[in-house]
Design a protein around this ligand. Structure first.
Ligand code: FCB
Length: 471
């Protein structure tokens, strides 16, 4: 596989094809998404795209260790090369620009920018400085996530997120990186999806570091949220002009029947997926229903922690993918009851845009202090193939159109939503599913690293062009 930093972009600019004349995508004229201050961008994450895991002093992360463990990732895939973005970043920025995308959400790899003592690794930092400088030059707004799951392995060796000290190490890392990158970032997000880090990483072991214990999950969550709360004032002090927030994945749970028991089950599903994170952040307390669902898992909380966690936010990032239909499972709370005959994606996830709308409207009611929202991830995987140089991802086009409409409906119902980032700019390492699941609007051929703009990307580009022409 080519690893040459000088490789010129092989991505072609998006040609708007004739078959789009029928326009299966563009939002209707009354959609709020036509507002030019509604930011439209795409998202990626360090471990999923960068590769170059042993270069320029990068240390191993928990995902290097986990993916090298047989049986943990489909087909034994790892992020060792991924999209080779570490070397191809210039071409990738050109691609982003050629599509007219206005925002880019990326993450910094903690083990790339610090050494084992927490001191700066200049070469790693320089990579992000070059990248952010180029994005700024191109007028692209940058949303930078500090932690998209690639914990330095040396911290995991000392207990990872089960060790309270990791929260303080995270605050130190936030301090270092925000001093280094001050003025180059439009919005900082502390964590990506603490639910996945805590539950999948420490509760059921599907993600790195692969531990499985209910009490671990709640304690890891507490330390993650504490890390977030400690980092927010640090980011404010070091980079006052930028926005500060956090990114949460949210899940819609619907009841399989109208019975009180099933409705309670759907409520508990949403407590476990949403309130577990949003209540501490926005109300300064854990939802008591969570510990009814998982008795005996209350984390150790020290005086002042909840106040730290509830630090005011400038924005809340929301990642939404699908809904889960559930029924009561007695003392175990809920069980999934997959619906028959519904549309699903390559992940098996149901396409359910109403879930996004309903959750956003619900949060707006529940949380008096709900900050402005950015949809920081939304998208779908499909088994995309390049045929005659093109990728016809029709399901994604329709998926995006319907989710844009859900966002529009939530805005019209009074939710303050400021932007939307597609997941993802390009196909990438989809964690436990490796490279088989393709979420990109740009196709990656992993044997040649050739980038091919999919038809969905052409649609988005066409819409953005029309919208920008209105200014
Ligand atoms: C989210 C992750 C992101 C990506 C999508 C499909 O949970 O934040 O990295 O894997 O799912």
């Amino acid at each position: 596989m080519a690893n040459d930093a000088s490789t010129v972009s092989d991505a072609r600019p998006p040609a708007v094809s004739n078959d789009l004349l029928a326009d299966p995508f563009t939002p209707p004229a009354d959609s709020t998404l036509w507002r030019t201050n509604f930011l439209l961008g795409a998202a990626t994450a360090s471990y999923q795209i960068e590769g170059a895991v042993n270069e320029d002093g990068r240390l191993p992360s928990i995902w290097d260790t986990f993916s090298a463990t047989p049986g943990k990732v489909l087909a034994g895939d790892t992020g060792a090369v991924a999209c080779d973005h570490y070397h191809r970043w210039e071409a990738d920025v050109d691609l982003l620009t050629s599509l007219g995308l206005e925002g880019y959400r990326l993450s910094v790899a903690w083990p790339r920018v610090t050494d084992a003592a927490g001191k700066p690794n200049r070469k790693g930092l320089d990579f992000y400085k070059r990248l952010l400088a180029r994005l700024k030059e191109k007028g692209i707004q940058t949303f930078v996530t500090l932690y998209h799951w690639d914990l330095p392995q040396h911290l995991e060796d000392r207990g990872g997120w089960l060790n309270r000290d990791t929260a303080y190490r995270f605050a130190d890392y936030a301090d270092l990186i925000s001093r280094e990158l001050a003025g180059m970032v439009d919005a900082w997000a502390t964590l990506n999806e603490p639910w996945c880090s805590a539950y999948l990483g420490y509760g059921n072991g599907h993600h790195a570091p692969g531990l499985a214990d209910g009490r671990f999950a709640t304690q890891a969550m507490h330390h993650l949220l504490l890390a977030h709360g400690l980092a927010i004032p640090v980011l404010r002090a070091n980079d006052p002009a930028s926005q500060k927030g956090i990114v949460a994945n949210i899940g819609r749970g619907t009841a399989d029947s109208d019975s009180a028991a099933d409705r309670r089950a759907a409520h508990l599903f949403e407590v476990q997926h949403n309130a577990w994170i949003l209540d501490p952040l926005l109300k300064g307390e854990y939802p008591q229903d969570l510990f009814e669902l998982w008795p005996g898992t209350e984390p150790l909380v020290l005086d002042g922690d909840m106040q730290t966690i509830a630090a005011p936010l400038d924005f809340l990032g929301i990642n939404y993918y699908f809904r889960t239909n559930v029924a009561s499972d007695g003392a175990r709370g809920f069980r999934d009851v997959p619906l028959e005959g519904v549309e699903r994606t390559q992940m098996g996830w149901e396409v359910y845009p109403d879930g996004l709308r309903d959750l956003l409207i619900g949060f707006n009611r529940t949380y008096a202090n709900l900050p402005p929202i950015y949809i920081t991830e939304n998208g779908m995987a499909s088994d995309d193939k390049v045929v005659d140089g093109r990728v016809d991802d029709t399901q994604r086009i329709s998926f995006l159109k319907r989710h844009f409409s859900a966002v529009d409906q939530a805005i019209k119902a009074g939710v303050d939503i400021r932007g939307y980032f597609l997941w993802s700019l390009m196909d990438n390492f989809e964690w436990a599913f490796g490279y088989e699941r393709r979420f990109g609007i740009v196709h990656i051929d992993y044997s040649t690293q050739k980038r091919t703009v999919k038809r969905s990307a052409e649609c988005v580009a066409k819409f953005l062009k029309e919208r920008q022409a209105r200014i």
